[in-house]
Design a protein around this ligand. Structure first.
Ligand code: APR
Ligand code: PHB
Length: 409
């Protein structure tokens, strides 16, 4: 059996685990990341693609926004569509802020490269992980691989292993309360090698179901169709997908998405999910391990970054100032932001999707609400300020001398 020690053991190398490890490193705190999958798998997995203003600032302050600043697409608004008409929500005009379109897997690539360049201990394809003694002063991560067992003794463990990870289920029975809502639909998403033909994202309400026009770069578009939760992707030929996209996204002025080879397609379920609290003993949950939002508000990756920002700052205060207060309050601090993002994601989802079970009254009410958002500056401002990202509560600096883009401040 091999034994090692670290200050913070991190399970999972998604955006949450990688960013946490990097922020801890900037604060002189050691960590080891255990990741079940290969590096290539983590770097290629197609996920979300919208970074809040708040997340971009965090990445810049942490000195990992070099490529993001060169290749990320600055989006100063989004469009909402109804009955083939588009209406723009101008973020900069309404809030002074914008969002950046940059794929989650690009963020993951940047963070892995930076962690490795800084000598970080990242263990891909690590084997089977289990957590021991989370209520003790020295919790342990146990890793079993090919008949060998390794143990890592930690001061703290961060469960950043996503929705299907083992960290959440390592809480004792009864320690967690689950809050959850499932939606009676899913998203069928494609990545297409097709030049973008709109500057901004288009969220389209349609009687056949919601549709979204998004992008990853000027050459790559990302498009989604509301579908059944049990939709069989094999029944969707590329032709059928494009035909449905034209029907739902096509606009009265003749605009419709440009076609191109489909690079990837899949069906993503929709759920709202939160566990409380985020901490038990010395185990702290962050990111998708603790909460899932439906993708309509583009909040998933951003919430993961907010959690680890709070966790890194709390651990810094503990180690550098012997102040345990922020760590003690980690769960409640995160949950305040998590619930606001949950509310917004649920609201965007309810506003734009077709709910089969809706009564004629509900349908009329939904249309009235969408028309209100499209015509009222106050309503549009509320959407905009949530979309670009609510401010982080803690204002303490997260960075210790690693800014690579000071000009952006
Ligand atoms: N042992 C080790 N690693 C694990 C285990 C395990 N038992 N279970 C899961 N993992 C790894 C996964 O392979 C994955 O790489 O944990 C990582 C979790 O990463 P994400 O699922 O990306 O979660 P998170 O870092 O919280 O990022 C949240 O991901 O789902 C999207 O929209 C969501 O953008 C948001 C972001
Ligand atoms: C995406 O580009 O994948 C995307 C964009 C906006 C969303 C959801 C997903 O709301």
């Amino acid at each position: 059996m091999a034994r090692s020690e670290t200050q913070v053991g991190i399970v999972g190398a998604g955006p949450a685990g990688l960013m946490l490890s990097h922020l801890l490193h900037l604060n002189g705190i050691s960590s080891i990341i255990l990741e079940a999958r290969s590096r290539a798998y983590c770097e290629e997995r197609v996920r979300a693609g919208v970074l809040e203003h708040t997340s971009v600032e965090m990445l810049r302050q942490a000195g990992v926004a070099g490529r993001l600043d060169r290749e990320g697409l600055r989006h100063e608004g989004i469009e909402l569509g109804l009955r083939g008409q588009r209406h723009r929500i101008p973020f900069v005009e309404l809030t002074g802020k914008f969002v950046t379109v940059y794929g989650q897997q690009e963020v993951v690539k940047d963070l892995i490269a930076r962690r490795l360049a800084d000598g970080g201990d990242l263990r891909f394809e690590c084997g089977t992980v289990s957590l021991r003694g989370i209520e003790s002063a020295k919790p342990t991560i146990r890793i079993e691989k090919d008949g060998n067992i390794d143990e890592i003794r930690c001061d703290y463990i961060a469960g950043c292993d996503g929705f299907h990870g083992i960290s959440r289920s390592s809480f004792p029975d009864g320690a967690l309360t689950v809050y959850e809502r499932n939606y009676p639909f899913a998203w069928l998403g494609i990545l297409a090698e097709a030049p973008t033909s709109r500057e901004e994202l288009l969220y389209m309400h349609h009687e056949r179901g919601f549709s979204l026009y998004s992008m990853r770069s000027p050459r790559i578009t990302r498009l989604y169709l509301q579908c059944r939760p049990d939709e069989n992707i094999n029944e969707w030929s590329d032709d059928r997908i494009w035909s449905e996209l034209h029907t739902r996204l096509g606009c009265a002025d003749g605009w419709h998405p440009t076609e191109g080879p489909v690079l990837q397609k899949g069906v993503t379920g929709m759920r709202s999910f939160v566990v409380e609290p985020l901490q038990h003993g010395r185990l702290f949950l962050a990111g998708d391990a603790a909460h899932i939002v439906p993708p309509t508000g583009a909040k998933g990756m951003n919430l993961a970054f907010a959690d680890v920002y709070y966790l890194a700052e709390a651990l810094r205060a503990l180690y550098a100032e012997n102040d345990p207060e922020k760590l003690r309050r980690y769960s409640e601090t995160c949950l305040r932001r998590i619930w606001k993002a949950q509310r917004f994601s649920w609201w965007m989802t309810s506003l734009l999707h077709r709910f089969e079970e809706d009564s004629p009254f509900d349908r009329r009410r939904q249309l009235a609400e969408l028309e209100y958002v499209m015509s009222s500056r106050a309503a549009a401002t509320s959407l905009a300020e949530n979309y670009v990202g609510l401010p982080l509560e803690v204002s303490a600096p997260i960075e210790r001398g690693a800014v690579d883009h000071p000009a952006n401040y």
